[in-house]
Design a binder for this molecule. Structure first.
Ligand code: NAP
Length: 391
């Protein structure tokens, strides 16, 4: 029996990790921490009825306070956000404390800051395991690519297609994440090299089938561009494309960007210097629920993801194609919980600072996550085709 500290566990996605952790008895103490103790306690009381749960107060940017909170934990799970500001300092404290760690960090900038040779060396010397990016994207989706790669001699092109409805529960962290990664140059892999696409460059239409249908989608900066080449270094083309539902959201974001309202470049307004993105984010955060902005029939389930993986097998072209529906919360929170349990049970053999693709066997992991999501009676579907073009 052991103890886990879940930072940001009462956030919109973190709550699903808590729900999944409560499905099993791997942890007998689950400490859920954030800056606002009262709100955390209230949310936990409202959603769960478990003596295993304890609320705690911490500002993760206060190193001493975080150190004190995690000192007797077996595993630290990080569901806070935005990751591009919070992940690096948290990981440094966790390494110093010598704890196993997992998060669902989906900011590529955070990945690039975190994975330095010094930290990777330090984590190995300490004999600890830190898994960065174990949600859905990143998380189970790039793990699916890793599985598909075992059916091929080489993987050439990988495209992720994501559709997310505005009805998905999301906190301010997701809003910041979307803005940060959609706008300001999007990293992709083109012809075997890292390249940057301009905002909304190469918008395409993708048919997600019912209930979303055809949506315009554009590239978003996501950690798969960083994580997958660590295990599949010969991928030639890789991008992650996102469509927001209803279509008006994508269009509005595009217009805001064209008018400079998502820019982080300071501008002068009536003698005051302001950052346009700060104004936009502050205004959007005040609209709750944001779903009231657009009237629309909302689909169920609320998210869809597809992956197309092209490669070669015995000289023939091969296409591995998968399309599924589900909800973002369980798809994000459940993998982190299963990963945390594996850490506590000593089921992650490799040590060091790692992306999931480096330390998790994809098929049993995806199967376990699927089992747990179904156990909680969430609606999901998934359909996979493997097509071989014989020469
Ligand atoms: N990998 C994936 O598949 C995936 C999918 C979806 C989302 N995500 C990522 O998940 C993250 C969380 O999203 P969300 O919708 O759950 O956001 P959220 O509702 O805003 O949750 C963030 C949580 O972090 C806490 N927090 C923020 N700053 C803190 C600080 N300085 N110290 C302590 N706690 C702090 C917040 O509580 P207080 O305000 O009380 O401190 C809250 O509990 C986002 O960064 C998002 O990009 C990943």
């Amino acid at each position: 029996m052991s103890k886990i500290v879940v930072l940001g566990g009462a956030g919109a996605q973190g709550l699903f990790s808590i729900e999944a952790l409560l499905q099993r008895d791997v942890f007998d103490e689950i400490v859920v921490a954030s800056r606002n103790l009262e709100r955390t306690q209230e949310v936990l009381n409202e959603k769960f009825n478990s003596s295993k749960l304890k609320a705690a107060q911490v500002d993760v940017l206060n190193k001493d306070s975080l150190m004190n909170l995690i000192k007797d934990a077996d595993v630290v799970a990080n569901c806070t956000g935005p990751y591009y500001t919070l992940a690096e300092p948290i990981i440094d404290t966790v390494i110093e404390a010598g704890k196993d760690y997992v998060d669902f960090c989906d900011d590529i900038a955070a990945h690039e800051k975190i994975f330095t040779p010094e930290r990777e060396k330090l984590a190995k010397e300490k004999g600890i395991r830190l898994i960065v990016g174990l949600g859905s994207s990143p998380g189970t989706l790039p793990l699916t690519v890793l599985y598909a790669s075992t059916l091929m001699d080489e993987v050439d092109d990988v495209t992720f297609y994501l559709a997310i409805s505005d009805r998905e529960p999301e906190g301010p962290a997701v809003l910041h994440h979307t803005m940060e990664n959609f706008i300001g140059g999007v990293p992709v892999i083109k012809d075997g090299k890292r390249a940057v696409e301009r905002d909304f460059e190469g918008e395409v239409y993708y048919d997600f089938g019912e209930p979303f249908g055809v949506l315009p989608i554009s590239s978003i900066g996501h950690p798969e561009t960083f994580s997958l080449p660590r295990v599949l270094p010969n991928i030639k083309n890789l991008s992650i494309k996102l469509g927001l539902y209803p279509i008006e959201i994508q269009r509005t974001l595009k217009i805001l960007t064209k008018t400079g309202l998502t820019s982080t470049e300071p501008i002068e307004v009536n003698g005051q210097t302001i950052i346009p993105r700060d104004v936009t984010l502050t205004s959007l955060e005040k609209i709750t629920p944001r779903t009231e902005l657009f009237e629309n029939e909302h689909p169920e389930p609320l998210s869809s993801s597809a992956i197309e993986i092209r490669g070669k097998k015995d000289g023939n072209e091969i296409l591995f194609k998968t399309l599924g529906y589900g909800n973002m919360g369980p798809a994000t929170g459940y993998p982190l919980a299963v990963g945390a349990e594996m850490l506590a049970q000593g089921k992650i053999e490799k040590i060091g600072l790692m992306v999931p693709e480096e330390c998790i066997d994809p098929l049993p992991f995806i199967a376990e996550v699927g089992k747990r999501v179904h156990e909680a009676e969430y609606e999901t579907t998934s359909n996979t085709e493997i097509i071989t073009y014989v020469k």
